[in-house]
Design a protein around this ligand. Structure first.
Ligand SMILES: Nc1nc2c(ncn2[C@@H]2O[C@H](COP(=O)(O)OP(=O)(O)OP(=O)(O)O)[C@@H](O)[C@H]2O)c(=O)[nH]1
Length: 415
């Protein structure tokens, strides 16, 4: 994939080298200019720039002249400066820059690299802005868009709840406190009755900031609070921090639920998800169909080609499972070379056909590892019964799998 270009405008050669390194590490292609004149000479490239990192003071542009020049040419800019006085800061923040970073410490460069990585993926993050005032709503939307977020708006609490139904994968909601009918506090309560603090962040905003209102927002389910008029740096820091909180929890959740080797769901998650489904059918009116499968003679693969080759077979099998079964059927690696597919209420004939097709695909699969071509087969047990417990259905599937092994392997046995 072609790398996106980031323009680095910097007159100090050592800092230019650091920036080039950071930009490359963040996955972009660095383009450099050491003077304002060089920036102007690159005008033909502006449409191809993702953004620019702009040093405030250049030999031929000592007062930040390169900043409005680039912004006027639709190049989004992150300003880096060695000057930390309030006047420079205010001057810079009066421009619609992405961010403003002072070159005070090593941390500034780490922050810059992190910011670049985020700017590239922020379009995947949904944020909802709730405010009855059009101008306030549009202002916050505009600030978020500057950081490339996927922004949605709502003019009332009721509209916000509708947006939530349409976009349950929203990561952050920024809501005003003062709104007719349903205020921001009530909206927090409503959101929390459906989504926990671990799934979706809420930042409350109010012009009447006082400590008790902050506490009220937090006690009613908000993760954070901003007082109007807020400082842009504080706004962006809080937005980033609250989104990263949700992302970290998503990562932890994913790691806890998936098998590290194959990326399939793990045994714990499979049990957790399937067990209640079976309990739902306690009245025996609906069947549950579950397939348990085990790679044949897997020990001899390890013994002949080594454990790493065995791992490659497991990964290839998992990939084949992901390609073969639709997301409607939960698939998991439940043990060493053992996999389970919950086929829900699929009928006996369809389930047998689906699983037998998979068995054949497995038989036809070849995996190249270390110059060897390895082939494997799989044995499958399918149960299609009204067992009243999850343990019962697992035992049944295991018995059928054992029967498949006893019958010579590479076969599907259905009850
Ligand atoms: N490479 C690799 N091997 C594993 C992993 N987990 C379990 N195994 C191996 O899987 C093998 C399972 O062997 P057995 O239970 O004897 O079964 P089998 O050789 O597949 O024989 P049948 O099931 O009777 O066809 C053992 O050698 C385990 O060490 C893993 O994560 N990676």
């Amino acid at each position: 994939m072609k790398k996106l270009n980031v323009l680095i405008v910097e007159d100090s050669k050592p800092i230019l080298q650091i920036h080039k390194h950071l930009v490359t590490k963040a996955g972009f292609n660095p383009v450099t200019a050491e003077t304002f004149a060089e920036v102007k000479a690159l005008e033909h490239m502006f449409p191809d720039l993702f953004c620019a990192i702009i040093d405030y003071s250049l030999p031929d542009a000592p007062n930040g002249e390169a900043i409005p020049y680039l912004l006027d040419h639709n190049v989004p800019g992150v300003v880096m400066t060695g000057m930390i006085d309030d006047k420079t800061r205010d001057t810079i923040l009066n421009f619609p820059v992405i961010d403003y970073i002072t070159k005070e410490s090593k941390q500034a460069y780490t922050y810059l690299q992190h910011l670049l990585v985020k700017l590239r993926v922020n379009h995947l993050i949904k944020v909802l802005v709730v405010d009855d005032s059009v101008s306030a709503r549009e202002y916050i939307k505009h600030l978020l868009k500057r950081h490339n977020y996927d922004v949605y708006v709502a003019s009332s609490g009721e509209e916000a709840m509708k947006q939530l139904e349409l976009h349950p994968d929203l990561k952050l909601i920024i809501t005003d406190k003062e709104m007719p009918n349903m205020d921001g506090i009530e909206l927090c309560n409503k959101i929390r009755s459906k989504y926990s603090k671990d799934e979706m962040s809420i930042i409350g905003i109010s012009g009447q900031g006082n400590q008790s209102l902050t506490a009220k927002f937090i006690k009613n389910g908000a993760n954070d609070f901003l007082t109007k008029p807020f400082c842009l740096e504080e706004f962006y820091c809080k937005v980033l921090q609250n989104i990263e909180f949700i992302e970290s929890l998503d990562t932890i959740r994913k790691q806890a639920n998936t098998d590290y080797l194959t990326g399939l769901y793990n045994r714990r998650y499979f049990f957790e998800q399937v067990s209640p489904e079976i309990v739902k059918r306690f009245d025996g009116s609906t069947n549950s169909t579950l397939a348990m499968m085990d790679i044949d003679h897997f020990k001899s693969v390890n013994d002949t080609y080594g454990h790493d080759a065995g791992d490659e077979i497991l990964k290839a099998t998992a990939l084949l499972i992901q390609q073969h079964f639709s997301a409607d059927y939960l698939a998991a690696r439940i043990g060493g070379e053992e996999f389970c597919i919950f086929l829900d209420t699929l009928g006996r004939d369809e389930a047998t056909l689906l699983m037998d097709n998979f068995r054949q695909e497995m038989e036809n699969m070849s995996v190249e590892v270390g110059g060897n071509t390895i082939k494997c087969t799989i044995s499958i047990g399918i149960t299609h019964c009204c067992e009243k417990s999850f343990d019962g259905i697992m035992i049944k599937a295991d018995e059928l799998l054992y029967e498949a092994k006893e019958s010579g392997r590479n076969i599907v046995i259905t009850d």
